[in-house]
Design a protein around this ligand. Sequence first.
Ligand code: ZN
Length: 415
Amino acid sequence: MDQFRHILVGWLLDGSGGPVRRRVLMKLSKAMVISLAEARLGDFKESCVEDLGSFTVLPGLVDAHVHLALSGTEDGGEREAQRKASFESSSTRIRDHLREHIRHGVVAVRDGGDKDGHALLYKHRVLAKNPSPVAVQAAGQGWHASGRYGNLIGASPQPEETLAQAVSRRGAEKDFVKIVNSGLNSLTCFGAETAPQFALEELVEAVKKAHGLGKKVMVHANGRIPVGSAVEAGCDSIEHGFFMGRENLDKMAERQTVWIPTVFTMAAYAEKLAGGSRESEVAKRNLDHQLNQIRLARSLGVPVGVGTDSGSLGVHHGRAFCKELQLLMTAGFTLEEAVQSATARGAVLLGVEDHTGMLAPGRPATFVAVRGGPERLMEGLKAPQGVVVKGEVVDGGKDFLSQRRRGSKEEFRQN
Ligand SMILES: [Zn+2]
């Protein structure tokens, strides 16, 4: 009995940013890709080729910015209740959100924090015993300055404590360090910037401390100065980055600081807020401005990742991913580039390359299959037909792949 599996793939996007490959024979050994070669008729002598000949296959998706303990609900009372929820009640929600991610092909998420650090606790208490097919990297509580924006997603350092000291407190338990260095975007005054929450020196010390613990730093920052000091301090990724301006994008390209634009949040606001209202109009302008920044980032070579900010108003776990991806394409990304941002780039940022990432020999057999050719991919990602994590079908039913063993040869000849 052959220890390898062979899968005929109609169209392959490997996550490298390279062009779509047509008719590829993917050879797998348990959890790993062995080879990806052009399919030939001789490959079908054996009947055990599994048939994804009419599917587009891409690596498992990575959502680099979510809040698992919060949902995208628009019900104000419910949002308030989620903020104050017990760990038990958050746990149920987190479990459901992880299921939604899997259903949409998202196999790794980075959690940007919640008030009581429930997502991180869930990882340690629940996932440690019952692993999910979704790799979770969590920041626990994010750090914000006392009296400034951020208590929804974290805490502030103690009065006598520096930011760096706060970062080192229980820092070892966290996968990431999250720092909040600006306010939210104004929905009444277009382009209004907020002051940075921390001084450059504080950020430099905090980043140094985090890196010393082996942790990357993600910084929530909008506006020129808050983004500028975070980049200068050596953070690993800028979250949101609305109105950061050309100079910061230049600097990020030079330093290869990853940008997670979370642009769909603004589209969701524009849609959810009363049509024709000032807030809705400002949200639309914010959206256009951010799309232009993304266009510029692409031309400058800033590494852009995909993060939805799921848990934000109107931004739903799983479902939001293809919307964020679509917006990158609206801003000029090719399909191949968008998929690279959504997969390999996210996997490197999150440090989960043993779980998902580029599809290549020696890499994990983690992929999403969507019916039809690449031109239908964006539509198809709303409901992928199958999701495979390290060689195991985790969505699409246990018959996904196995039912498709017959007819490969016929199908091959037709094409
Ligand atoms: Zn967030």
